[in-house]
Design a protein around this ligand. Structure first.
Ligand SMILES: NC(=O)C1=CN([C@@H]2O[C@H](COP(=O)(O)OP(=O)(O)OC[C@H]3O[C@@H](n4cnc5c(N)ncnc54)[C@H](O)[C@@H]3O)[C@@H](O)[C@H]2O)C=CC1
Ligand SMILES: O=C(O)C(=O)Cc1ccc(O)cc1
Length: 313
């Protein structure tokens, strides 16, 4: 049986890349009767109003969640606990409370104790994004054919989880449910460690005395250029991710360091076979990912649901 993805009043706490993308996709697909968002600065409130995507922009989180049927925290993970505390007394009984944080264990631990018993807490993580942030960076197609992982605590109302699942699916996402700990371990290797490596290598290149700034830019057409994109991601967001997912990141970093040492040894010893075998294995992994055909599937969704061909401004 299909579940109605619609929520009457949706409150988005934070209107950056993810909040702005949810607002655009939900509006386009008619998933909300009304969308309210918080923007803390006068400048951002004016810009969000100018964009004309949401129905109401307010200055405080407490005001935004009033009478909301779905509340989504679209803010750095370190801010989720304090914001849960701030909004708790103002939540509508029966509302679904969610987030989009890149780490789940810490967010659940920080938010859950503050939330009243009469709301449904269904944490979420859309595994989709870019290096950009702020109110102008969002776009309606961001979630198409991307995973959205839900991590409802044990005992969560199944109907609430199904309702949020339908909401994400209607924005184009493929939805999966897992535990917060499993999520954090998987994301540590697939997302958090790659960002740490990018932040490291771009910093290292910058510090090398013999590589002048102009040479880094001049020769950055190679692999380095891809790293600079990732390393341009929001500092506040990523500081919070590494602090919140410390254990899993350190565990993966340990394994990564061992594997790096193996490749270092192969280079030192001139062991071409070891290098070739390793690179052959990793090439097959990339080909496997590309064969899943995310781009063509995204285009199919756009055609079926209309109006998603153009990037929203
Ligand atoms: N950037 C990405 O590619 C992805 C980010 N995420 C997660 O989404 C969340 C938001 O990230 P982005 O949208 O990229 O960030 P962003 O920086 O574009 O937007 C965050 C917004 O939250 C606001 N904010 C911060 N603290 C607040 C508070 N206490 N009350 C109200 N508003 C507050 C900021 O002013 C900003 O407008 C993070 O938790 C991140 O881990 C998840 C998937 C992808
Ligand atoms: O820009 C990129 O390549 C990303 O990897 C975006 C991203 C950042 C954080 C997430 O939790 C999920 C996706």
């Amino acid at each position: 049986m299909s579940v109605d993805p619609h929520f009457q009043r949706v409150a988005l706490i934070g209107f950056g890349l993810i909040g702005g993308s949810i607002a655009r996709a939900a509006k386009l697909q008619g998933l909300a009767g009304e969308i309210v968002t918080t923007a803390r600065s006068e400048k951002t409130r004016a810009r969000v109003l100018e964009l004309g995507i949401v129905d109401k922009v307010v200055a405080t989180n407490a005001e935004a969640v009033k009478d909301a049927d779905l509340v989504i925290l679209c803010i750095p993970v370190g801010a989720c606990g304090p914001v849960a505390q701030e909004i708790a007394a103002h939540l509508k009984p029966g509302a679904v409370i969610s987030d989009v944080g890149s780490v789940k264990g810490a967010v659940v631990k920080d938010m859950a104790p503050h939330l009243p018993k009469n709301v449904h807490f269904v944490p979420a993580h859309p595994v989709a994004g870019t290096e950009h942030s702020g109110p102008d960076s969002g776009f309606a197609e961001l979630f198409i054919n991307r995973w959205c992982i839900l991590t409802p605590p044990e005992g969560t109302d199944a109907e609430a989880t199904a309702h949020l699942r339908a909401f994400w699916a209607a924005m184009g996402a493929k939805v999966e449910v897992m535990t917060p700990d499993h999520h954090d371990l998987v994301l540590a290797i697939t997302s958090h460690l790659p960002h740490l490596i990018a932040y490291t290598i771009v910093g290292t290149a910058d510090e090398l005395a013999q590589v002048t700034e102009s040479e880094v830019i001049k020769f950055s057409a190679g692999g380095f250029r891809d790293f600079t994109r990732i390393a341009a991601s929001d500092p506040t967001m990523w500081r919070d991710v590494f602090l919140a997912n410390k254990d899993a990141v350190l565990e993966m970093l340990g394994t990564f360091t061992e594997d790096l040492a193996k490749l270092t040894r192969a280079i030192r010893r001139g062991d071409g076979e070891a290098l070739f075998d390793h690179f052959t294995r990793t090439r097959a992994i990339r080909r496997g990912i590309v064969e899943i055909g995310q781009d063509s599937a995204a285009a199919d969704f756009g055609r079926q649901h209309g109006q998603l061909d153009k990037k929203q401004s």
